[in-house]
Design a protein around this ligand. Structure first.
Ligand code: HSE
Length: 381
């Protein structure tokens, strides 16, 4: 069994990753070596049924130790990757680097791993000696896990996504901030809420006053509870939010289309124009998105539904009816599951090739941890 260095296993993404690996028995296939950026020398974690050879936490900045490993999996974040990865390669390390951070995603030496969609790309890369396998942006991975069938069959001429992204995309502190804001808003009007006769416009005024002055918004910058934020990630200076840029470039890179492709991955066609407008909403950990797709041809709706439903094992077509939609197509219904429901599928007024769709996916499962653990299993064969 190969030794696998695990870095950032204690954080939010890392914890979900370890949880899934334990659930699925992944530790039977590896000898885990637990690293720490802050507590080297401390006790390695003990998970039931997992017996690491090394019972002490290793120093995540100790290159001599890291270069001995054939595989490193990190959910430590982009700063760690930027600092350590170039040094490892400079030291001649030839192992596989499996990473949740975005740092290396668009490098032409890397592959974005989402094997239910691009196993062919992953296999071609492994054969060609690619050594960087990076988890995709959460919104992109979830979109493809739901609508991948249409992309795999090359039926999409172009697409747009209007997103409704959960607080967890920002991190653990952002989730706490959102919940604290919900609590503070309720507290601001708790007395009036007790009294059914109080005027709703008074309550609304008091809530707005709290939102405009009384809320801690140090993570998101502005209040999210009872509001939304139509910008995610950096301002690229050209009117595009970095999250929106990622949607287009990563979707195509995962599919092996367009440019920025790793060695061994080519010939899968020109990039499909895909753009979005990304919005943070007060959901906790599932990202939703409303899509408009232009298909290359006029395909009967029933056939489109079938292609979506069978696109991946986890895509689930939700009938485009009110009851099914409100029951199955929400963050509350999806969080904690690997299902990626897709609903609201219908033809649009613009013409028979235009369809709408709405999809929801857990930001920490397919959006972060699951592609990494699956890539690890592929790597250890
Ligand atoms: N950038 C994403 C978000 C999360 O902020 O929701 C990471 O993929």
């Amino acid at each position: 069994t190969p030794s696998v260095g695990l870095i950032g296993w204690r954080g939010m993404v890392g914890s979900v990753l370890i949880g899934r690996m334990l659930d699925q028995g992944d530790f039977a296939h590896i000898n885990p070596v637990f690293f720490s950026t802050s507590n080297a020398g401390g006790q390695a974690p003990s998970f039931e049924g997992v017996t690491p050879e090394e019972t002490v936490l290793q120093d995540a900045f100790d290159l001599e130790n890291l270069v001995k490993l054939p595989i490193i999996v990190t959910a430590q974040g982009g700063d760690y990757t930027s600092e350590v990865y170039p040094k490892l390669r400079a030291a001649g390390w030839q192992g596989l680097w499996i990473d949740a951070a975005s740092t290396l995603r668009m490098a032409d030496t890397s592959i974005i791993a989402l094997d239910p969609i691009n196993r062919d790309v992953i296999d071609a890369g492994l054969k060609a000696g690619v050594k960087e396998f990076i988890g995709g942006n959460c919104t992109v991975s979830n979109m493809l896990m739901g609508l991948g069938g249409l992309f795999k069959q090359d039926l999409v001429e172009w697409g747009t996504a209007m997103t409704y992204q959960a607080a967890s995309g920002g991190g653990a502190k952002h989730m706490r901030e959102l919940l604290a804001q919900f609590g503070a808003l309720h507290s601001a009007v708790a007395e009036e809420m007790e009294n059914p006769a109080s005027a709703i416009l008074d309550i609304d005024r008091a809530v707005l006053a709290a939102q405009q002055s009384g809320l801690d918004a140090s993570q998101f910058g502005v209040p999210l509870a009872g509001s939304l934020i139509p910008w995610i990630d950096a301002d690229l200076g050209n009117g595009v939010a970095k999250e929106e840029w990622k949607a287009g470039v990563e979707t195509n890179k995962i599919l092996g289309r367009g440019e920025n492709l790793a060695p061994g991955v080519s010939g899968r066609g020109a990039a499909v124009p895909f753009d979005s407008l990304c919005v943070r909403v007060g959901a906790l950990r599932s990202h939703s998105q409303a899509l408009t797709l232009k298909l290359r041809e006029d395909i009967p709706l029933a056939e489109i539904e079938e292609i979506i439903d069978s696109g991946t094992e986890w895509a689930k077509l939700v009938p485009n009816e009110k009851d099914a939609t409100v029951a199955q197509l929400t963050p509350v219904a999806v969080t904690g599951t690997l299902d990626v429901p897709v609903g609201r599928v219908r033809k649009l007024e613009m013409g028979p090739e235009y369809i709408s769709a709405f999809t929801v996916g857990d930001q920490l499962l397919w959006g972060a941890a699951e592609p990494l653990r699956r890539m690890l299993l592929i790597a250890v064969g």
